[in-house]
Design a protein around this ligand. Structure first.
Ligand SMILES: Nc1ncnc2c1ncn2[C@@H]1O[C@H](COP(=O)(O)OP(=O)(O)OP(=O)(O)O)[C@@H](O)[C@H]1O
Ligand SMILES: [Mg+2]
Length: 269
């Protein structure tokens, strides 16, 4: 299906006939089977579709976690195939924020140090690291938990801390795979408001969700089917803020953890 026309911001992501094949011989199959897509700066895209249609696979490719692809992927006008592994790693750590459900915290570090970790690699001073980490923790209503250790947090708090850590670096592209998948409605609301805020500040957000209610935050909704784009539509006008304040329901739990673990390990290196 042809891409719908967007406002005239510059393209951040351009995919041409993207394919991803898993398996060999009889087991070979295409998880992504010919995607043409342009994502422009500042879009908030919700990706939906049935289980197994290729959403996570696509997100992993967009986030440079999987480079064994067919077709073309240009990230900010640079063909990804032409970037060295080191360059890709730098882009991942400086420009892309991953929000996956299964991010783990570093157990020997307290909450604020966990959140500040990505800033260490950026060369931010300790004082500024703490300031930035503290600010985002306050946004996530976790200000009182700064000096807790991970084992002292509830599941929802742990996930919010992990998401704060994914965002502390102020990434311009945020990839979120069912970010509220196993959060209660209050925690979901806090996360979605933060993503919405990042969108208003001009960041590009690509969020996979099974929850149709979350599409109200998006500017564009893409549905996938069998490794292809099925529909691609501008989202209806965003609901008024007051309407958004409704609690958000839970979505089904996610199953795969490997990619998230890899991303987490990279952050913790
Ligand atoms: N590492 C892998 N090896 C082989 N096949 C894989 C691998 N990862 C994913 N697949 C297959 O690719 C297809 C798409 O998987 P993907 O995880 O992208 O689906 P999804 O749309 O994210 O599903 P869900 O909504 O359940 O998370 C599935 O058929 C899956 O079995
Ligand atoms: Mg998935």
């Amino acid at each position: 299906m042809a891409n719908i026309k967007r406002a005239k911001t510059e393209p951040v992501i351009v995919l041409r006939d993207l394919k991803k094949r898993f398996g060999i011989g009889d087991a070979e199959h295409y998880a992504i089977n010919g995607i043409d897509l342009t994502i422009r700066k500042g879009e908030f895209i919700a990706i939906m579709g049935p289980s197994g249609c290729g959403k996570t696979t696509l997100l992993n490719i967009l986030g440079l976690l999987d480079s064994k692809i067919e077709g073309e992927y240009d990230l900010e006008d640079r063909p990804v195939a032409s970037l060295s592994a080191g360059r890709q790693a730098r882009i991942r750590s400086q420009q892309i924020g991953f929000i996956f459900q299964s991010f783990n915290l570093v157990s020997r570090l307290n909450v604020i140090d966990n959140v500040a970790l990505p800033l260490v690699y950026k060369g931010t001073t300790r004082l500024n690291r703490e300031k930035q980490a503290s600010a985002i923790l306050h946004n996530f209503h976790l200000g009182e938990r700064e000096y807790y250790m991970p084992y002292q947090l509830s599941g929802g708090q742990t996930q919010r801390v992990a998401i704060a850590r994914a965002l502390v670096n102020n990434p311009s592209i945020i990839l979120a795979d069912e970010p509220t998948g196993n959060l209660d409605s209050q925690s979901s609301h806090i996360i979605m408001e933060e993503l919405s805020d990042l969108h208003k500040r001009g960041n590009t957000i690509i969020m996979v969700t099974h929850n149709p209610r979350l599409t109200t935050y998006a500017s564009r909704v893409i549905t996938m089917l069998d490794g292809k784009i099925d529909t691609d539509t501008a989202a209806p006008n965003r609901k008024k803020d007051t309407e958004d304040k409704k609690p958000l329901g839970k979505t089904p739990k996610k199953r795969r953890k490997t990619k998230a673990k890899e991303a987490q390990e990279e952050v913790s290196l």
